[in-house]
Unconditional design. Structure first.
Length: 238
């Protein structure tokens, strides 16, 4: 048996040598079943998985899943935007840690990120009415507690980051929901799952997202999130 690298995924032979049941579950349940379920495209499953790995700083898995994402139709520009987006939702250093694995995955394919400007020449249109309601609610609840957070939430996140055009709003929402679940930020899931469905994520897709997440975030994180998901689904039926 070889000694597995600490910076990349172990081979299935190495997994089988140390944890044969894990190897069997990987082959039979995860690879042959979960990844082939029809409720969510392989492209979306790659976005879900990459988002979790960045959110949880699980760097050894990133080269493999960046490669799988690129092979499944996720563009270098979209992966660049996912990393940037997750800096705000899981922390700057988690985003920085994902830079080298993505650069290596692109270099192996002779690719490079599309030249993305730090500030796009044109942002996506803003729903002024919805954003005004959100901003007013946050200001009322938190403005006297942390005015800096309130300011940056409006200026940087909802009037800038969410309007960057190189990641579709639906996919940006998908990334956010996955990161919140992975980091057990249950209180934030309701708003962002509802927003994801407004942005085009279907109920069937949302359900399948949490099935996929169970394998990459662990059952407790998903089971803790599901009551919130249930409430969102119920509220949207009314």
């Amino acid at each position: 048996m070889s000694i597995p690298s600490l910076t990349s995924l172990p081979s299935m032979d190495d997994v089988a040598a140390v944890a044969p049941a894990l190897a069997a579950y990987t082959a039979e349940a995860l690879d042959a079943d979960v990844w082939t379920r029809p409720g969510l495209s392989v492209r979306d499953r790659c976005i879900v998985t990459v988002s979790v790995l960045i959110a949880k700083a699980q760097l050894p898995g990133l080269p493999h899943y960046f490669a799988k994402a690129l092979d499944s139709g996720v563009t270098p520009s979209e992966l660049s935007e996912i990393i940037t987006h997750l800096a705000f939702y899981t922390g700057w250093m988690n985003a920085y840690a994902a830079v080298a694995p993505l650069a290596a995955s692109l270099a192996e394919r002779g690719m490079s990120p599309m030249p993305l400007p730090a500030t796009p020449s044109r942002l996506l249109p803003l729903d002024e009415e919805t954003e005004a309601r959100r901003a007013a609610m946050v200001e009322q609840n938190l403005g006297d507690v942390a005015p800096g957070v309130v300011r940056y939430t409006t200026e940087l996140i909802f009037r800038d980051l969410w309007l960057r055009p190189d990641l579709a709003p639906r996919d940006r929402s998908l990334v956010t929901v996955c990161a919140l679940t992975a980091t057990a930020q249950v209180a934030q899931i309701s708003f962002h799952l509802d927003r994801a469905m407004d942005n085009g994520l279907t109920r069937a897709e949302a359900s399948e997202v949490f099935t996929h997440l169970a394998f990459y975030t662990g059952w407790p994180a998903v089971m803790s999130a599901l009551p919130v998901v249930k409430d969102v689904f119920a509220s949207r039926r009314k």
